[in-house]
Design a binder for this molecule. Structure first.
Ligand SMILES: NC(=O)c1ccc[n+]([C@@H]2O[C@H](COP(=O)([O-])OP(=O)(O)OC[C@H]3O[C@@H](n4cnc5c(N)ncnc54)[C@H](OP(=O)(O)O)[C@@H]3O)[C@@H](O)[C@H]2O)c1
Length: 358
């Protein structure tokens, strides 16, 4: 496989590479990259056939969008690139309150006022007149789903965005968005973005079945758990190694006993396949049901090349089963509803297989 093994993103006509370039490292201090390295990373990705680039208004407070827009212009790629960016985190720089301790609540979230503000600001930073894929970065827990999708659908109609998608939200919200969009014959969200890797499989409980049922492509973020699955951190000393040394920008530590066990098995599998652990971890993820395009991040061109080589990896069924087993999450109530034992209780002892099931 290569980056030119294009596929549609969800049930849509948007055609994307199997790996998308994440630009969260562009301009982000202290663990990101400066403009020269970012340009090399971008160039390497597109020269290898990649067409899908992901940024956000919040990444390096807009610098990532500025760099991404500049690189696209330098290489004259606006038509070829599927450009995606995101709104929802607060972008206010001039707080309303007199003591300047609070920001503007309408400069964040998924209300209509913020979506229009955020999109106009992103278009300006990127210096483009439309976005191909516009993401709700995170649900605000307040705005009704009807308001979110109507605002985004109207932006599709106006031509400012081509498609929209949802990241970091409850499965019920995405399902409701897809269902009412279809009932109203209006554009539906075409993808979801979530943390998904060998050490983060929670999404499989509700979000994966939801995405498959409703025609949304899955885009895993942090597929290497911020670098943990590259195997470069040592259990005895995790300092001075990379992004995860010191404060983890995503809160919870990746250095749990369970994660070290998963990494041990991943190392054994990759030794047998003569590849890096990053490659085996990405190859496993790209085979998961519903995954359309995996977001890859890098702070060096060599890392990007290492990760792109995962496209050529062929895991055996035995490799996959071992990785599935060691990384299995605990069963929850919704998993327990569809076990073969329960199904036999429902179907008079028969092992009935449903549509799309194995
Ligand atoms: N929707 C969301 O909420 C959300 C959240 C997070 C990310 N994202 C998107 O997902 C993209 C990818 O996320 P991520 O950057 O967290 O992905 P990741 O692949 O889990 O982590 C990338 C980091 O791991 C290290 N690394 C990558 N490849 C390596 C290799 N081959 N060998 C050794 N180390 C390697 C580098 O960090 P070091 O500097 O430590 O070497 C790199 O910056 C982001 O750019 C962004 O576009 C979305």
């Amino acid at each position: 496989m290569s980056l030119t093994n294009y596929r549609s993103l969800g049930r849509s006509g948007l055609i994307v590479s199997p790996m998308a370039l994440g630009t969260m490292t562009f301009g982000t201090k202290p663990w990101g990259v400066d403009k020269d390295v970012a340009r090399e990373i971008f160039k390497t990705y597109v020269e290898n056939g990649g067409n899908f680039v992901d940024t956000a208004d919040i990444y390096s407070l807009g610098v990532s969008e500025e760099m991404t827009g500049e690189f696209i212009r330098e290489m004259n790629l606006r038509d070829q690139i599927v450009l995606s960016t995101k709104f929802a985190f607060n972008g206010s720089s001039s707080p309303l309150s007199t003591n300047h301790s609070l920001g503007n609540p309408n400069a964040g979230g998924s209300g209509a006022k913020n979506i229009h503000r955020a999109l106009d600001a992103s278009l300006k930073r990127l210096k483009v007149d439309y976005i191909d894929l516009y993401w709700m970065h995170i649900w605000d827990g307040v705005t009704p789903v009807e308001e979110i999708i109507q605002t985004l659908q109207d932006l599709v109609t106006s031509g400012k965005i081509r498609y929209y998608a949802l990241s970091d939200m409850p499965a019920w919200l995405a399902m409701k968005a897809a269902t009412i969009s279809n009932e109203r014959r209006r554009p539906q969200p075409i993808a979801i973005q979530f943390e998904y890797s060998l050490v983060a499989r929670e999404i499989e409980r509700e979000h994966v079945p939801m995405a498959i049922e409703s025609g949304m492509g899955i885009m895993p973020w942090s597929p290497l758990a911020g670098g943990f699955l590259s195997g470069k951190y040592k259990r005895s000393d995790t300092s001075n190694t990379g992004r995860l040394s010191g404060a983890n920008p995503f809160g919870d530590s990746k250095f749990s006993d369970q994660n070290w066990l998963i990494l041990d098995e991943l190392k054994k599998v990759s030794d047998e396949l003569d590849c890096t652990t990053a490659q085996a971890a990405l190859a496993w993820l790209m085979l998961r049901p519903g995954v359309s395009s995996t977001l890859i991040g890098a702070s060096k061109v060599s890392q990007l090349k290492d990760n792109l080589a995962a496209l050529d990896m062929k895991l055996t069924i035995e490799n996959i089963e071992r990785l599935d087993r060691v990384s299995a999450r605990t069963m929850g109530f919704s998993d327990s509803l569809t076990t073969p034992e329960i199904r036999k209780m429902v179907y008079g002892g028969n092992a009935v297989i449903g549509w799309g099931q194995k």
